[in-house]
Design a protein around this ligand. Structure first.
Ligand code: HEC
Length: 228
């Protein structure tokens, strides 16, 4: 076997396959073996984002209809789960990645480079890394745009981004063009992406701001306890 070139290439191929299996499969599996995957309860334990509260304030009647319990961790969890399901069902992952890679200065455009632990939760099952970037990466989308912007954008992307090739999503709106339960859930979901970082809200205002005193969780929890 070793006399022929084909034999050597075969052995080399098998070796590379085994190496890839160990590095990409076995090692990560061993590293995370004793670290439990974050459940929905873990994810919302810190509170809700300021953007979720904003949805409730902006569309009080509709929000009450879709989330009868108001702004609670429970409603937030259900919105995130539904938003993730819509993201999968609508094929958003065809055009959007959810991973900032440590190459090509991606962090300058999208925010901090992704870390493996960010994907160790139920909302990343299946993982939504994505393979194509027809549109921008979304894992740092939280607070980059206002809820209003998203409401207009999902309704018809060219309203706010004139050269956009992103499809319209009219079925995320009710008869009066307010976002329906699916629409609000999807917005809550994209506003969640990256909200767990200390740098959040990274892109609020004119651009990357870095660490800030303001925490969406604090704002939201304060309002929750005030009973709004
Ligand atoms: C055909 C490809 C395509 C599909 C499918 C698609 N998008 Fe997009 N998306 C784009 C492009 C291109 C842009 C950049 C232009 C713009 O802002 O519309 C974009 C922009 C965005 C932005 C704004 C990012 C930012 O802050 O600049 C968000 C959020 C977004 N898309 C979410 C979604 C979601 C959620 C879905 C699924 C419901 C989706 N997209 C489906 C192509 C797509």
């Amino acid at each position: 076997m070793f006399e022929s070139k084909a034999g050597i290439i075969l052995i080399a191929g098998l070796f590379m396959f085994a190496l890839a299996f160990v590095v990409m499969g076995l090692l990560p599996w061993l590293i995370y073996l004793d670290k439990p995957e974050q459940t929905m309860e873990d994810l919302v334990a810190g509170g809700v984002t300021a953007e979720f509260v904003d949805l409730a304030e902006r569309f009080p009647a509709q929000f009450k209809e879709h989330f009868p319990d108001g702004v609670t961790r429970g409603s937030y969890a259900s919105a995130l789960e539904r938003g993730r399901d819509i993201y999968v069902a609508e094929g958003c992952w065809h055009c959007h990645s959810q991973q900032v890679r440590p190459v090509s200065n991606e962090d300058l455009r999208f925010g901090p480079v992704s870390h493996a632990r960010e994907y160790h939760n139920v909302l990343q099952r299946p993982v939504l890394f994505g393979t194509r970037r027809v549109g921008p990466d979304l894992i740092r989308e939280a607070a980059r745009r206002s809820n209003d912007w998203h409401v207009a954008h999902f309704f018809d992307p060219v309203l706010v981004s004139p050269t956009s090739v992103m499809p319209t999503y009219p079925w995320l709106y009710d008869d009066e063009d307010y976002p329906n339960r699916d629409g609000m859930s999807l917005i809550a979901y994209v506003q969640w992406l990256g909200s767990w970082l200390p740098e959040y809200p990274y892109f609020q205002g004119e651009g990357p701001m870095g660490p800030t005193e303001r925490s969406g969780d604090e704002v939201a929890l304060a309002r929750e306890s005030e009973g709004s």
